[in-house]
Write a protein that binds this ligand. Structure first.
Ligand SMILES: Nc1ncnc2c1ncn2[C@@H]1O[C@H](COP(=O)(O)OP(=O)(O)OP(=O)(O)O)[C@@H](O)[C@H]1O
Ligand SMILES: [Mg+2]
Length: 250
């Protein structure tokens, strides 16, 4: 029986049948605004608050203050406290882009990670990370090396990526194969509003419920409604594009 790292998001841990397998690297994909960053913040926040597990947050897009404001706005009130105490370590845009030479900065971080005491890591986002490399070969080499180091360092990681849910006729990126798990966040229009869903498409070494499940973002973060009727991504019933609410939501 593998050891699991819980996200602390009840419905999601249940869909995963226990959590994320320890030392796995999981890709969380979705269009802008689908909740990738919030999921990452929540994973680290819950880690400290519920399980006493420290976490590292790497971002190329935001400053420490941006992240702190985002965390506070969603109700993760003790975020700053956890950062100050060192239970959450943030490498932000300023730290990462300080020297002009991205690959040497990256090497320093990879060195840091190698003997880390932390349990969890979030990289927000891999899309941005990949933009720093000049060619595809270099990009692949670093991606491979990065994922290897994460797994060898005892970290259980979430990497976010700007990518919509994959259908059979779209090109599937290397990131999807190199990672142990693929989770998609989906937002689809429904009348004057929109519905949010989560779909766990793959998770190596663990049985999962691979239907789509409704998700809500509110004060306190992401909530996943595992009890609501899931539906298949490949089935003939499309996600709700009408005015109806997905069945079973409260
Ligand atoms: N306090 C809040 N209450 C309710 N919903 C919120 C709150 N804060 C953010 N949201 C919702 O979460 C969405 C943003 O989520 P998030 O920033 O995690 O998206 P993302 O997938 O990381 O987007 P991007 O690709 O642009 O980085 C917002 O569009 C908003 O709808
Ligand atoms: Mg984001």
């Amino acid at each position: 029986m593998p050891e699991f790292v819980k996200t602390g998001i009840e419905g999601l841990d249940s869909i995963l049948n226990g959590g994320i397998v320890k030392n796995a690297a999981v890709l969380v994909s979705g269009n802008p605004g689908t909740g990738k960053s919030i999921l990452g913040l929540q994973y680290l926040y819950n880690g400290v608050e519920m399980f006493d597990e420290g976490g590292i947050y790497l971002t190329f897009e935001e400053t420490k203050d941006d992240i702190s404001e985002a965390a506070e706005s969603i109700g993760f009130d003790r975020w700053d406290e956890f950062v100050e105490s060192g239970q959450i370590k943030v490498y932000d845009k300023r730290t990462l882009l300080r020297s002009g030479d991205f690959s040497s900065t990256l090497d320093t971080i990879l060195d840091d990670l190698q003997d880390t005491q932390y349990d969890r890591l979030v990289l927000d986002s891999l899309t941005m990370f990949q933009l720093f490399f000049e060619n595809e070969q270099e990009q692949r080499q670093y991606l491979l090396k990065f994922i290897d180091i994460l797994k060898d360092s005892g970290l259980t990681s979430i990497l976010t990526m700007e990518q919509s849910a994959v259908f059979p006729d779209t090109e599937i990126g290397l990131e999807n194969f190199l990672t142990d798990g693929n989770i998609y966040l989906i937002q689809s229009p429904a009348g004057s509003t929109s519905n949010r869903y989560i779909w766990v498409a793959k998770m190596r070494k663990q049985p999962i419920k691979n239907s789509m499940f409704p998700l809500e973002i509110d004060e306190g973060g992401i909530e996943v409604y595992e009890q609501a009727a899931g539906f298949s991504m490949m089935g003939d019933t499309p996600p709700m594009f009408g005015e109806e609410d997905p069945g079973g939501l409260e």
